[in-house]
Write a protein that binds this ligand. Structure first.
Ligand code: DOR
Ligand code: ZN
Length: 356
């Protein structure tokens, strides 16, 4: 069966470019997004120079405007140095605030709960606060959500324990949403010996029990969003003695989720909610007319390096057979990916429109 999925959004990607253009660029990774069926991506702030002030934001806006092939938004990052003074001046130009509360790639770790409190107090925009919070840190952030009632999106949730905290928070009617990544659904810590550096990301891969809890939370509706956490690093970097954290995912997220539909693990309706309807609603995004992915639910293929657009040139799923293929992607009535080639020019992507 061939279906159409309207305006898919990945609200959690690290496109790189700027000082990390050797890893990937806005032009290369937005091509990967279109090949993955996406209309729009929301870019994280941890590529140097980190997006933590007006000047860094302007540099990023200028580059991404010129180079993006799909539509896009960018986050402001919270910095250790307390950048709350920047907030009011950037509300209109960003899609949300990102706070890194646990260790990962980049230099934006905010571990001090007093500073996190200050950040929540100062973020008076209705645009979401997206948090990297793992384990007990989820509870610390929930305290702030309870206090300030700002919409908070919990990124890349990966454990049964965290799901338990967030299910309870939803029962309490806190204004939160929950994101899960395909790698935490399709891989476990048992894959680390086989994949080496290619299996390293933050949050780390977890146990089969955690994976089962994530699938159950997806079926139950506790998970709102499937996000790739697309984080390209070069082959050399990933094969080095100290590989950086992160895996690409823009081109494999939808096929992997459609494979789960094919295997009867989740309904097609739930997948469409999590890759399109819910992220548009949570981030207040209006998709342009005639913007959709056309998908063949029965087409089966093997994930290979050669089939990928991301500049990093590898995937942790190489060799895996998936069922469900993007056969074209349309943006504003134009074919921007025809199943073989990305047609959109650099700069054709526009900044996402956010509902007032
Ligand atoms: O694995 C990860 N890589 N997790 C993150 O939170 C950041 C990302 C990156 O930028 O490489
Ligand atoms: Zn991330």
């Amino acid at each position: 069966m061939i279906i159409r999925i309207d305006g898919m959004v990945d609200p959690h990607v690290h496109l790189r470019d700027l000082a990390w253009a050797h890893k990937a660029t806005f032009a290369s990774e937005t091509a990967a997004a279109l090949a993955g069926g996406y209309w729009a991506v929301l870019d994280m702030p941890n590529t140097p120079p980190s997006t933590v002030n007006r000047a860094a934001l302007d540099t990023k806006l200028e580059r991404i405007t010129a180079a993006a092939r799909c539509d896009w938004g960018v986050y402001l990052g919270a910095s250790q140095a307390d950048n709350t003074g920047e907030f009011a001046g950037v509300f209109d130009d960003v899609c949300g605030l990102k706070i890194f509360c646990n260790d990962t790639t980049g230099d934006l770790l905010v571990e001090d709960q007093c500073l996190r409190d200050k950040l929540f107090a100062a973020w008076t925009s209705p645009k979401p606060i997206a948090v990297h919070a793992e384990g007990e840190t989820v509870l610390q952030i929930l305290e702030l959500v309870r206090k300030y009632r700002r919409h908070t999106h919990f990124l890349h949730i990966s454990t049964a324990e965290e799901i338990g905290f967030l299910r309870a928070a939803k029962e309490e009617c806190l204004p939160i949403s929950v994101g899960v990544c395909p790698h935490h659904l399709y891989l476990t810590e048992d894959d680390v010996p086989r994949l080496g550096g290619f299996a390293l990301m933050k949050p780390m891969l977890k146990t089969p029990r955690d994976v089962a809890a994530l699938w159950a939370a997806i079926r139950e509706g506790v998970v709102d969003v499937i996000e790739s956490d697309h984080a390209p690093h070069t082959l050399d970097e990933k094969q080095s003695a100290k590989p950086p954290y992160g895996v690409p995912g823009l081109e494999t997220t939808l096929p992997l989720m459609l494979t789960a539909v094919h295997d009867g693990r989740v309904t097609l309706e739930r997948v469409i909610d999590m890759v399109s309807t819910n992220p548009r609603r949570i981030w207040g995004l209006i998709a342009p007319r005639d913007t959709f992915a056309v998908v063949d639910l029965d087409a089966s293929y093997e994930i290979t390096r050669a089939g990928l657009y991301s500049a990093c040139g590898w995937s942790p799923y190489e060799g895996l057979r998936v069922t469900g293929r993007v056969i074209s992607t349309w943006l504003r009535g134009q074919v921007v990916y025809d199943g073989e080639q990305v047609k959109a020019l650099a700069g054709a992507g526009q900044r996402v429109v956010v509902q007032a």
